[in-house]
Design a protein around this ligand. Structure first.
Ligand SMILES: *[C@@H]1O[C@H](CO)[C@@H](O)[C@H](O)[C@H]1NC(C)=O
Ligand SMILES: *[C@@H]1O[C@H](CO)[C@@H](O)[C@H](O)[C@H]1NC(C)=O
Ligand SMILES: *[C@@H]1O[C@H](CO)[C@@H](O)[C@H](O)[C@H]1NC(C)=O
Ligand SMILES: *[C@@H]1O[C@H](CO)[C@@H](O)[C@H](O)[C@H]1NC(C)=O
Length: 401
């Protein structure tokens, strides 16, 4: 049975890759090829997922650094798991097919797949987890297993199954791997599985999954954020953000593991990769937002630390509009925390001056046609922050201290 499925996957993979070579109109795009991995999922689901990633500011589109196409991953998986003689035979058969025949074949395959059922995502996850768990697995196979999981854990149901199959523990173990690419991918998979998924978050930080936290997952990831290898740092921060998002108990662990110091260090260091700084300041806004919602608890001293606040405010003078915008969003949330007085922002951090300078800077950027719209949006946000700050100053003046 397994064998039948395997050669089917292999055949499909080869047909698709042949089509990408031959036809223009038959070009397989990412969402189409993804369908073969995740049978029964609507394209719309995938698109929506991509959108939601954007909306939480964790977009990775700019960071698919030499990533992989799912098609390629599938092909490699199939090749890796099959008999070379069979492989050659199928490849020869496919080469003999004309364009139209190929197209017809593809439709047939789609019908066939529905009937036969491809290996389920759970089965594919089991294979990948098994490979990760096997110390004899080669570097290439290990990377491939992680790349497969990256796709497989994206649908929310799969992510939920992933923990039950022992996947979280297996991937967390990879964070200790000597190879930085393995560590990077492992962090990425963890981030993907946790993103917008309270069930998985609970498996990582909650009681049932306590084992995982005992392994010091968050602490490990926080250390990885300080890696000299920017890609590893970025993916580690992505995982940290996804794990602690909207979850107070996870955030407490984050602070206990020195996550606040890590943020402070990165935000104060202009030599750090701008992508990492963007994500850090985005996380600051997210955490401040959580503090606002979490009225039961006293605000952490971290949010009143003027060295940290100044580091955030200084980002408004960056020449990276995206970073400036994210800094403003964070400042907007920080200003709403009652525990930090307006005078700290004014006297110790120079927020008033920073906002004035920023207006000047944005006006200059607006002269550049290509960046005008974006700069205008950021200016609107800047005005909002300015107004909020003025209100806070007024209120502070009314209350004798
Ligand atoms: C890619 O897939 C989407 C969704 O099915 C479709 O709308 C789009 O036309 C496809 N693009 C190409 C180049 O085939
Ligand atoms: C581990 O991998 C090796 C080499 O690929 C293989 O021979 C062995 O059967 C695997 N062990 C398990 C338990 O899957
Ligand atoms: C991975 O291997 C360990 C032993 O090394 C075992 O306890 C664990 O159950 C394995 N996990 C999976 C998912 O196979
Ligand atoms: C966060 O994780 C804890 C521990 O698993 C869980 O009890 C809680 O419901 C989660 N959600 C929030 C919002 O804290």
């Amino acid at each position: 049975m397994g064998c039948v499925r395997l050669s089917l996957v292999l055949f499909i993979a080869i047909v698709i890759s042949a089509m990408t070579v031959f036809g223009n109109d038959a070009r397989v795009n990412k969402s189409t090829s993804r369908l073969f991995w995740s049978t029964g999922k609507e394209d719309g689901d995938l698109v929506r997922k991509a959108d939601s990633e954007e909306s939480v500011g964790l977009s990775e589109n700019d960071e698919l650094d030499g990533g992989f196409s799912s098609l390629d991953g599938m092909l490699q998986w199939a090749i890796g798991h099959s008999d070379p003689a069979k492989l050659k035979e199928i490849a020869q058969n496919v080469q003999r097919l004309s364009h139209d025949e190929l197209k017809k074949r593809q439709i047939e395959i789609q019908e066939l797949m529905e009937k036969l059922k491809m290996p389920s995502d759970a089965e594919l996850m089991k294979i990948a987890i098994n490979d990760l768990n096997n110390s004899s697995t080669s570097r290439e196979d290990r990377l491939r297993a992680l790349e497969e999981l990256l796709l497989l854990v994206e649908p929310i149901d799969n992510a939920n199954d992933f923990g039950k199959l022992g996947g979280l523990a297996a991937v967390v173990k990879q964070l200790d791997h000597v190879d930085p690419d393995v560590r990077k991918l492992a962090a990425w998979v963890l981030g993907k599985a946790n993103q917008n998924n309270p069930t998985v978050q609970q498996q990582v930080v909650g009681n049932r999954g306590f084992l995982v936290l005992e392994l010091g997952t968050l602490g490990k990831l926080i250390k990885m954020v300080k890696s000299d290898f920017a890609e590893e740092a970025i993916k580690a921060l992505y995982a940290v953000s996804a794990i602690i998002r909207n979850n107070f108990s996870a955030q407490e662990t984050f602070y206990a593991e020195g996550g606040d110091l890590m943020l402070k260090d990165i935000l104060s260091n202009s030599a750090v990769d701008v992508r990492l700084r963007r994500r850090c300041v985005f996380l600051v806004g997210d955490l401040a937002e959580s503090q606002l919602e979490n009225k039961r608890k006293a605000t952490l001293p971290f949010f009143s630390d003027h060295v940290f606040l100044k580091a955030v405010i200084d980002l408004t003078s960056s020449d990276d509009l995206d970073l400036q915008e994210k800094a403003l969003i964070a400042i907007k949330s920080l200003l709403q925390l009652k525990s930090t007085g307006a005078s700290v922002f004014k006297e110790l951090c120079g927020l008033d001056e920073a906002l004035v300078n920023m207006r000047r800077q944005l006006q200059q950027v607006m002269e550049d046609e290509s960046r005008r719209d974006y700069a205008e949006d950021v200016e609107i946000l800047r005005q909002e922050v300015e107004l909020m700050f003025d209100n806070k100053l007024d209120k502070g003046a009314q209350v004798p201290t």
